[in-house]
Design a binder for this molecule. Sequence first.
Ligand SMILES: Nc1nc2c(ncn2[C@@H]2O[C@H](COP(=O)(O)OP(=O)(O)OP(=O)(O)O)[C@@H](O)[C@H]2O)c(=O)[nH]1
Ligand SMILES: C[S@@+](CC[C@H](N)C(=O)[O-])C[C@H]1O[C@@H](n2cnc3c(N)ncnc32)[C@H](O)[C@@H]1O
Ligand code: SF4
Ligand code: SF4
Length: 336
Amino acid sequence: MTFPYANMTDNFGRDITYLRVSVTDRCDFRCTYCMAEDMTFLPKKDLLSLEELERLCSVFIAKGVRKLRLTGGEPLVRRNVMELVRQLSRHLESGALEELTLTTNGSQLSRFANELAQHGVKRLNVSLDTLDPSKFQEITRWGELSKVLAGIDAAQAAGLHVKINAVALKGFNDHELPDLMRWAHGRGMDMTVIETMPMGEIDADRTNQYLPLSQLRAKLERQFTLNDIPFKTGGPARYVTVEETGGKLGFITPMTHNFCESCNRVRLTCTGTLYMCLGQEDAADLRAPLRASEGDELLSNAIDEAIGRKPKGHDFIIDRRTNRPSVSRHMSVTGG
Ligand SMILES: Nc1nc2c(ncn2[C@@H]2O[C@H](COP(=O)(O)OP(=O)(O)OP(=O)(O)O)[C@@H](O)[C@H]2O)c(=O)[nH]1
Ligand SMILES: C[S@@+](CC[C@H](N)C(=O)[O-])C[C@H]1O[C@@H](n2cnc3c(N)ncnc32)[C@H](O)[C@@H]1O
Ligand code: SF4
Ligand code: SF4
């Protein structure tokens, strides 16, 4: 590889230092806000190999990426994904990468937690919307709560810091979120709550599910003392500490409070497509330049051209008049 490449700065002056990589579009769950039950996934032949994904990631790291998150679909269902983690961990050892992490539904963590820790992963985000086993099955359609809880136990036992991600869903978990937070904080885990975003056709009606987090915060403030803090992970959450529990709670509010002005990230899919914004359709194909030559010059140029097209922000809308997703692809294509 040719070093050094110029770092990536977009036309709005935002430095791109965070790469999210969706290693598969497949998943062992079918969360109702994320997917339709009857999903069609990519044929296996369209997937980049793990070696190709690793090469792409390495070029991004050479171009200034400091935080890399593997996601999906469910990243831990991709065959041999641990080999990719192992390869990427070299960049942690060299100091080029500050953080290698994952967002996972937790179903496979019992199997992989130790290996992840051995390869330098320090922190994981586990998505969990309810602690009620039957509601968990209702929301994930195919998931089993006990497996996820065992996975969280395994991750903590391996020394990994776990953050719980919960999508706030009106009429589903809004009443339970304070208890979920108490539980997470009681186990030494931070939690973030997320506003549902209008991505991909799902079977449910998003207008019914959508809960503005300003409402949740007002409700929480009747029971808890929330203190805003400047804590930052590089992700979009704005954090408070909760005096009564001693834990941190993050609010991810793409709908009610746009955080695009401080955006630092782009997304790579398992087919080598680069999405410059989660909330827009525009994308750049990196597979062709990846395969066109053994050197990385073409790839680097294609990335620069794509970063030059990174938009200012999303145009998400959820309301009764606009009963269509703002973006046609599902969240699982880019991994959130
Ligand atoms: N609109 C929007 N949502 C995002 C963006 N990045 C992450 N999210 C959403 O935030 C939620 C949590 O994302 P995570 O995978 O936990 O990543 P993160 O928030 O960067 O994680 P931390 O490193 O722990 O801060 C998911 O639902 C994502 O879709 C973004 O750039 N734009
Ligand atoms: C697409 S999943 C991929 C990783 C993994 N399967 C998981 O569930 O953690 C990443 C994150 O996106 C969130 N998510 C999925 N669909 C969403 C939507 N429509 N709006 C907001 N967040 C969503 C999930 O709850 C999860 O925290
Ligand atoms: S949110 Fe994650 S676990 Fe749920 S269906 Fe989407 S990709 Fe799978
Ligand atoms: S919606 Fe787009 S511009 Fe806004 S923070 Fe997410 S990726 Fe960045």
